[in-house]
Design a protein around this ligand. Structure first.
Ligand SMILES: C[S@@+](CC[C@H](N)C(=O)[O-])C[C@H]1O[C@@H](n2cnc3c(N)ncnc32)[C@H](O)[C@@H]1O
Length: 203
């Protein structure tokens, strides 16, 4: 059970550093490589529970910055002062939801994951649906020059999603953080420098 021990080591390290989940190390690596969270920045974190990315982003942007987190599940940890939580299903986003977000943002993060069915095809399709919603929201609320970080389960439509995301950013990268479990199909799409003249398909 080498992988289980490895998993626990990351979990233990996260707890020791005051984070509720090991997923923090994925954002930490992406931040080290691409610097998507800037001091004083405004960040949107989709699928933010239990709150590790919220806590990490809150520290990275500092008191002059702010973070808005959204999740269908509640966040039970005490939120830092510069973090606001919205309890919402991102798949049901609409104009009122976008207004409640109160953008624009310097970065949109999505670590959203569907509840897994055990069927890889079904899980990849559900993950794709969450990513498409995250991308559509990003197109609307990201300022030009902003960054997009989105977790996706690698399935048959991965390339199509990646190609679509590429249209909106000067640069697109794919990252599989070191802390990702070996058996996991997840990968992160990182869009850098959102282009100025882009519109969403449903505008
Ligand atoms: C891997 S967890 C996120 C962990 C988080 N980044 C952290 O570091 O604590 C995935 C989250 O996506 C959320 N999620 C899944 N589908 C969602 C949806 N339709 N709308 C909002 N959140 C969703 C789940 O409730 C879950 O909390």
């Amino acid at each position: 059970m080498k992988s289980r021990k490895w998993h626990d080591a990351y979990t233990a390290r996260a707890r020791k550093q005051g984070y509720p989940a090991r997923s923090v190390f994925k954002l930490q690596e992406i931040q080290q490589r691409y610097g998507v969270l800037k001091k004083g920045g405004r960040i949107l974190d989709l699928g933010c529970a239990p709150g590790s990315w919220l806590a990490f982003a809150s520290r990275a942007v500092g008191q002059q910055g702010s973070v808005v987190g959204v999740d269908v599940s509640p966040v039970t940890m005490t939120l830092p002062e510069n973090v606001r939580f919205i309890h919402h299903d991102v798949l049901r986003w609409d104009r009122a939801f976008l207004e409640a977000l109160n953008g624009p943002f310097d970065a949109v993060l999505s670590d959203m994951a569907p509840s897994t069915s055990g069927n890889k095809f079904v899980d990849a399709q559900r993950s794709l649906g969450l990513c498409e919603a995250a991308l559509e929201i990003s197109i609307k609320v990201l300022r030009p020059g902003g960054a997009f970080v989105c977790k996706i389960f690698h399935g048959t439509d991965f390339k199509e999603f990646s190609d679509r995301a590429k249209q909106f950013f000067e640069r697109l990268a794919h990252v599989r953080p070191m802390s990702t479990r070996k058996a996991s199909k997840e990968i992160f799409v990182v869009g850098l420098n959102k282009k100025r003249a882009t519109t969403a398909s449903n505008d």
